[in-house]
Design a binder for this molecule. Structure first.
Ligand code: SF4
Length: 244
């Protein structure tokens, strides 16, 4: 596990590594860049490089050792629903999450179709937040697959937002995260797209989290929208915070 600088989580847990690109949002994949770095540094876990999907059964025991409740981004370096991750291993990862209800596990995929195919075989405890990434209107069907799953908490990561999403169907969606692309050659995010999504969330009473504007200097660009930050989380998180 590792502490995370991602604004909407606390730490990362990576039971699988490696992935392959599937849509425009993958263009400057963070996991690919990090995997190359970690491989060059000689890290055993990343020695196969990015394009080879590997499972790491030795990581499955880690969440049992955390002493206090955590909010955990599962697979920041991969996609749990990639076709090369065996179903049995996905079930093993779910068992760990089911066994540890004190932690919140945030699982994010671009393979929404496989998620939908498998969802009935998985046990969806309340602490598993299932999300799909949607970067433009070409991939909005991912949201429909997510909506039809048995996940108790469902969220959208609209990052890197590279196109307008004017007609989001937010039915059964609990949380929306928006963020712009960063790095050397980021694709621009039009502020009107962000404002429109924030308004859609407000109308639908869906928690809205604005992560960042992105750009070449993402720190300077900051994360203010309408002169304020938006750090809303699903209601279940608010309830659990109180119980901690
Ligand atoms: S699905 Fe995610 S991890 Fe896989 S290539 Fe795309 S951005 Fe990277």
């Amino acid at each position: 596990m590792a502490q995370s600088s991602i604004e909407w989580t606390e730490m990362t847990w990576n039971p699988t590594t490696g992935c392959t690109k599937i849509s425009a949002g993958c263009k400057f994949c963070y996991a690919e860049i990090m995997t190359c770095r970690l491989k060059a540094m000689g890290q055993e876990k990343y020695k196969h490089g990015f394009k080879v999907v590997k499972t790491h059964p030795e990581t499955l025991s880690i969440p049992y050792t955390w002493k206090s409740p955590k909010v955990v981004f599962v697979n920041s370096m991969s996609d749990l629903f990639h076709k090369d991750v065996p179903v049995d291993f996905i079930k093993d990862v779910f068992k760990v999450m089911n066994d540890n209800p004190q932690h919140v596990f945030q699982v994010l995929t671009k393979r929404a179709e496989r998620l939908f195919e498998l969802h009935k075989e998985l046990k969806w405890t309340h602490n598993i937040w299932m999300g799909v990434s949607v970067e433009n209107d070409k991939v909005v069907d991912r949201i429909n697959f997510l909506r039809k799953t048995k996940a108790k908490v469902k969220f959208l990561s609209l990052e890197p937002l590279i196109g307008a999403l004017p007609n989001l169907n937010l039915k059964k969606i609990d949380w929306v995260i928006v963020g712009g692309e960063s790095g050397h050659r980021p694709r621009p995010m039009n502020p009107d797209w962000v404002l429109d999504i924030q308004e859609q969330c407000e109308k639908a009473d869906v928690a809205f989290f604005f992560k960042q504007w992105g750009g070449r200097n993402k720190k300077a660009a900051g994360r203010l929208l309408n002169g304020r930050t938006y750090d809303e989380m699903p209601e279940i998180m608010e309830i659990e915070k109180g119980a901690r």
